[in-house]
Design a protein around this ligand. Structure first.
Ligand code: ZN
Length: 209
């Protein structure tokens, strides 16, 4: 906190560090700021969304285990949030891409319990099983998030990698967004704390105050 380098370490800054390897903690020798999106993130919704993005990636990643793909996703997400008019709409696609990179993406074409192709019509999210289930595998007493065919189609388009052409979608339907959020909470073992900041803001798509 008292270091003359502290100013470079603002939330979401991308920095280049020279580190001295210590016995337990490494010591920062010098820091150069590469990108400082901070001023563009000082907006309650952007701040809440970027906090959730950072907390989610931090929760899934281990120290000293670099995953360059995830780093790029993080840098891209921060830049997108800093310029988005509706930042929370970026969350479902970000979360799906992250799950995909970690090998945790839900299969979007078959039931995770019996392996049968997902039928047109309704399917349900079984977060504990890591994906969607069909009518046959659904226990009726369980209160599961239901998705219609259009929601599933939307998730398929949302999961496409960047540059896959005109089929890529950026906005999730509300049931799709809820399903992705539940999957993240399941794989993380908890709901990220920043979810409550995001939820305390105005509803997505509503008028700006
Ligand atoms: Zn099934």
């Amino acid at each position: 906190m008292r270091s003359h380098l502290a100013g470079r370490l603002e939330l979401a800054n991308e920095c280049d560090f020279v580190m001295h390897r210590g016995r337990s903690l490494d010591v920062i020798v010098s820091a150069e700021t590469l990108r400082a999106p901070w001023p563009s993130l000082v907006d309650p919704e952007r701040f809440a969304v970027v906090s959730l993005v950072i907390e989610t990636i931090d929760g899934f990643c281990e120290p000293d285990l670099p995953i360059p793909e995830v780093y790029e996703l993080l840098a891209g997400a921060i830049a997108a949030v800093a310029s988005a008019a509706e930042p929370r709409e970026l969350l479902p696609r970000f979360a799906l891409r992250l799950l995909e990179m970690l090998g945790l993406a839900p299969p979007l074409d078959r039931c995770v319990r019996c392996g049968a192709g997902l039928p047109p019509g309704a399917v349900w999210l079984d977060a504990e099983a890591g994906g969607f289930i069909d009518e046959r595998c659904r226990e009726r007493w369980r209160d599961l998030t239901e998705l219609k065919e259009a929601d599933l189609e939307n998730l398929r388009a949302l999961a496409l990698p960047k540059g896959s052409g005109p089929g890529v979608r950026l906005r999730a339907t509300p049931p799709g967004a809820r399903a992705v959020e539940e999957l993240i909470a399941h794989h993380l073992g908890r709901r990220p704390k920043a979810v409550s900041y995001v939820e305390s803001l105005r509803p997505s798509g509503g008028p700006r105050a």
